[in-house]
Design a binder for this molecule. Structure first.
Ligand code: DAH
Length: 345
């Protein structure tokens, strides 16, 4: 054997391997290459056998060359093995349970609004929304809430630092969604039946059942021949779809400036089925909304005249509905953004 030639041949073979496999080599193929060059029947073993038999004066130099080429092969192979191992560690274990990303969802108040609105849509109501920055005219006077009337206190609100409008008064954050009755009357010719969800503002001290901001849904319908029994039928059907088919309704006479006659509506307590518990304070009934026949002075906002027209109206608090439906004890839970609460819905 011309060992110098043989060493050169092996060096060239290694160069070829390097250029043929610049990146990763499948483990089977790598093992084949290893056996081919470093195995018992391979050229490097043969070279070492040759070293042993070589004359003493040549053995030293020859030994160095053999070791060098052997180490070069070994290093290249272990480099490729490391690459392979790293790659294997990166391969995901497809048998593991899937990681489900949290996609988020609409807030429970939004979900409740959508659900309530869709019930009324099924009953023939159209959907509308209105401005949160309102004017005194729409929030109060057009709804027959006189500037001096004591009931105005209950709806008093936050005023904006803007110059008052000559006709429609000061700007304020609406304290209820009822102003939209008037805006719809101004913009559309009756008959109509509309629901209006939205935020409202009150200067209320915050506690477990009050907030300076909450959500209401106003509903109203104006047509010829609309009667109180239409109001009862609509609210009854709504309550049964939203709470439970077995829920009972009670209409209690009440006063609102914008309706006459007016009523407050109670539902039979869904927690104790009317027997009396802490939620219904032992009465078996829970107040859920206000309603009535639209006051003639409110109907007078219809530009073409209200002759022969009657209307029904109701207003409900979304948070309250939602708290009753899911047994939520504190209104503040809706606003803190705590995902442990929110992701339950
Ligand atoms: N606007 C009233 C409030 O905020 C709720 C209300 C009561 C609305 C009776 C109505 C109604 O349309 O007829 O307390």
């Amino acid at each position: 054997m011309d060992w110098r030639e043989e060493v050169k041949r092996l060096e060239k073979a290694l160069e070829e391997l390097r250029s043929r496999y610049p990146a990763i080599i499948p483990s089977g193929e790598l093992e084949k290459i290893r056996t081919e060059f470093l195995g018992k029947k391979g050229p490097i073993k043969a070279l070492f056998d040759f070293v042993k038999k070589a004359p003493a004066e040549e053995r030293r130099e020859l030994g160095q060359f053999a070791n060098k080429i052997k180490r070069a092969f070994e290093e290249w192979i272990s480099e490729k093995r490391n690459l392979l191992q790293e790659a294997e560690e990166e391969i995901p274990d497809l048998s593991l349970p899937a990681f489900l990303p949290d996609l988020g969802r609409p807030h429970i108040i939004t979900q409740t609004i959508e659900e309530i609105v869709s019930i009324f849509e099924e009953l023939g109501f159209a959907l509308a929304t209105g401005p949160e920055i309102e004017q005194e005219f729409y929030n109060f006077s057009a709804l027959n809430i006189d500037i001096t009337h004591p009931s105005r206190d209950a709806f008093d609100t936050f005023y904006l630092d803007l110059p008052a409008d000559k006709e429609k008064g000061r700007y304020l954050l609406r304290s209820h969604t009822s102003p939209m009755q008037v805006r719809i009357m101004e913009a559309y010719e009756p008959p109509f039946a509309v629901v209006v969800p939205g935020r409202v503002y009150r200067p209320d001290a915050v506690d477990s059942s009050h907030s300076f901001m909450f959500h209401q849904i106003e509903g109203f319908a104006v047509d010829r021949g609309i009667k109180f029994y239409h109001l009862k039928a609509v609210l009854w059907e709504f309550a049964r779809r939203f709470f439970d088919r077995s829920v009972e309704l009670r209409f209690r006479p009440h006063y609102f400036p914008f309706t006459e006659p007016s009523a407050e509506v109670d539902v039979s307590c869904m927690f104790c089925k009317g027997k009396g518990c802490s939620v219904c304070k032992g009465t078996g009934w829970i107040e859920v909304l206000g309603c009535g026949m639209i006051h003639p002075k409110v109907l007078a906002n219809i530009p073409s005249g209200s002759e022969g027209l009657t209307g029904i109206a109701f207003g409900l608090g979304v948070e309250r509905m939602c708290m009753l439906r899911y047994g939520i004890p504190d209104i503040r839970l809706f606003y803190t953004g705590d995902v442990r609460f929110l992701r339950q819905f």
